[in-house]
Design a protein. Structure first.
Length: 211
């Protein structure tokens, strides 16, 4: 019996989540919720705003949600949605693309998304609602905090720790053993070659703090 799933969000990130769910199978994807009707999402219907989830849950007691809202450096809205819906008793599922490589000893917490061609290697951990985007690499024994986004093509080397609510930009590289604090943004294409002590916005090769 397939698990019923509703995608929360209707933008570009939600479209990729929808395609991953449809490709992987094993779930009955009912549709998506959003503030407005954006038309079919990868062929899936608009179900209404999040208020519609109460009615869906009455029909599907085992309902799960997939968070389809992206994280572009400010995660307050995304985090607020997850906390509100979990507070209402709804459960979020983890979504992993068919082409992603996730080691058996890696840990994927609730609500996280691992996108096409991403790698999560042995002993690595992606926290709750973390995103490992397309082609990104989370190497052995590295960790992403809750609600942290590893953008497309970013590489996090082994034994690193990245705190919660952070954003590692597309194509950025974080070298072995580095620690990055909570609520930190690393710009696209940047190189982090030593630990960062203070939260902020960092860019460059090597990175420097700009805000």
């Amino acid at each position: 019996m397939t698990t019923p799933v509703v995608i929360v969000g209707g933008g570009g990130h939600a479209r990729v989540v929808a395609s991953m769910l449809l490709e992987s199978g094993g779930r009955n994807v009912l549709g998506y919720t959003d503030l407005v009707d954006g038309g079919p999402l990868e062929g899936l219907p608009f179900l209404g705003t999040d208020a519609a989830l109460d009615g869906v849950r009455l029909r599907h007691a085992d309902l799960e949600l997939a968070l389809g809202v992206g994280h572009l450096g400010n995660d307050r809205v995304r985090r607020g949605i997850a906390e509100r819906l979990e507070g209402a008793g709804l459960k979020f599922t983890t979504v992993v693309a068919k082409s992603a490589a996730v080691a058996p000893s890696a840990a994927l917490e609730r609500g996280c998304v691992v996108m096409p061609n991403a790698v999560v290697n042995a002993g690595a951990r992606a926290g709750a609602f973390a995103i490992v985007n397309s082609g990104a690499v989370l190497e052995h024994d590295a960790s992403l905090g809750d609600h942290t986004h590893l953008a497309p093509g970013a590489i996090v080397c082994g034994d690193t720790h990245i705190g919660r609510d952070s954003f590692i930009g597309a194509g950025a590289v974080v070298v072995q053993g580095v620690t990055i604090p909570d609520e930190t943004i690393v710009g696209a294409g940047s190189l982090v070659c030593r630990s960062i002590d203070t939260s902020g916005v960092y860019v460059g090769c090597p990175v420097r703090r700009v805000r």
